[in-house]
Design a protein around this ligand. Structure first.
Ligand code: CP3
Length: 349
């Protein structure tokens, strides 16, 4: 035995970070959006009688829930267990996450005074995040941890609507009709999201994902004028930390170029846009995605045949991180995700 022990291998050379940086990989790295959560029986057991936000503020629970899918599937990255509205809760916005509904805000934001009443985020408001990330990074060893935040438009939708929305009508009414309030709100959220990413990276997260899940509701011109500059500020601040940045939205086929230009190293693509179409649009950036999340309900050989098509298409990109085209559907059979993970990781490149 050597008397000078080697430090444990870190995540720097992991397939996930190599792909995110556009470097050659030993296999296509794979993780799943919403891999931690309701599809896992061990998650449901832990969460019995514990509120969603409560579990995000309890380091022991956060660490365990984040590790569960890594243990079960052997995925190439962990995603930090939290929520896009958690930092708002931390600064004092009165909100809750209702089971089966999503984030609900007690007093929706409508005026400049409402925006100005929201404090900025400082690291001392999320000590549980720092503690959880530090513990996780130590436990994960060579497996990278992805930190995340909500992008200004998607977070604004919850704040302005007061809850989940299909049309984002009030949000867009503010964007079109009250540009000063909109600008103030976007700046406020951008600052909070950037600060939340900084806390996670400072504590050891080795990549970040900015979720603009509902940006697909916008035309390219409206996105470019009213949303992109604010997301770009969040991504620029994350870029200064030296970690790869993934930028994801749903239904964003016509926004992929702009989402890349906003400052992403990797652009997340939902399942509606074939990767072969998406790759030329992201302008030399990497891509992440994009198997239809319902394919896990198909026979295994149908699922894996479609996964193979995604991997083959991904070869044309600067880097490809395999994922579903959106989050894991709660009724997903974990054994099927395990088979999918093994298939992707053993697919010859
Ligand atoms: O991916 C992961 O496993 C990490 C954890 C994570 C959660 N939310 C946990 C969660 C992440 C990355 C998010 C991000 C998030 N939250 C987004 C962007 C990603 C996306 O799916 O587009 C959005 C839009 C939200 C807002 C939100 N929070 C929604 C729409 C919901 C689901 C509502 C429902 O129950 O159908 C939540 C709640 C939530 N966030 C759950 C989990 C595990 C379910 C809570 C529960 O089990 O009680």
């Amino acid at each position: 035995m050597s008397s000078t022990p080697h430090p444990p291998a870190g995540p720097t050379d992991s397939a996930f970070l190599r792909a995110a940086r556009g470097e050659p990989v030993p296999h296509t790295p794979v993780w799943f959006m919403r891999q931690a959560g309701r599809s896992l029986p061990e998650y449901l057991r832990l969460r019995e009688g514990v509120g969603m936000l409560e579990s995000c503020m309890d380091p022991a629970l956060t660490v365990e829930i984040t590790l569960q899918p890594v243990r079960r599937y052997g995925v190439d990255a962990a995603i930090f267990f939290s929520d896009i509205v958690l930092p708002l809760k931390a600064v004092g916005v009165d909100l809750d996450i209702k089971p089966g509904v999503g984030p609900v805000v007690a007093e929706p934001v409508r005026t400049l005074a409402d925006v100005e009443a929201i404090p900025d985020l400082t690291p001392d408001q999320v000590p549980f995040t720092t503690e959880s990330v530090r513990t996780l990074v130590a436990e994960l060893g060579a497996t990278p941890l992805i930190g995340f935040a909500g992008a200004p438009f998607t977070v604004a939708s919850y704040l302005v609507e007061g809850g989940p929305s299909k049309e984002h009508a009030r949000t867009k009414a503010m964007m079109f009709g009250a540009p000063d309030v909109w600008d103030a709100l976007m700046r406020k959220i951008a600052g909070i999201s950037a600060a939340y990413l900084e806390v996670q990276v400072a504590a050891g997260a080795s990549a970040v994902q900015l979720f603009d899940s509902w940006a697909g509701a916008l035309t390219p011109a409206d996105y470019a004028e009213h949303v992109m500059p604010h997301s770009a500020r969040v991504l620029a601040r994350a870029g200064e930390l030296g970690v790869p940045r993934i930028h994801f939205g749903v239904g964003t086929s016509n926004l992929l170029t702009l989402m890349g230009e906003a400052g992403a190293d990797v652009v997340g693509v939902d399942w509606r846009t074939p990767l072969a179409d998406a790759i030329p649009r992201v302008g030399g950036r990497g891509v992440q995605g994009n198997l239809d999340p319902t394919l896990v309900f198909a026979p295994t050989e149908v699922m894996t045949a479609r996964a193979a098509e995604v991997i083959e298409a991904g070869r044309a990109a600067r880097g490809h991180v395999f994922n579903l085209g959106h989050g894991v559907i709660p009724s997903t059979d974990p054994d099927q995700l395990k088979r999918l993970t093994e298939f992707v990781q053993s697919y010859p490149l």
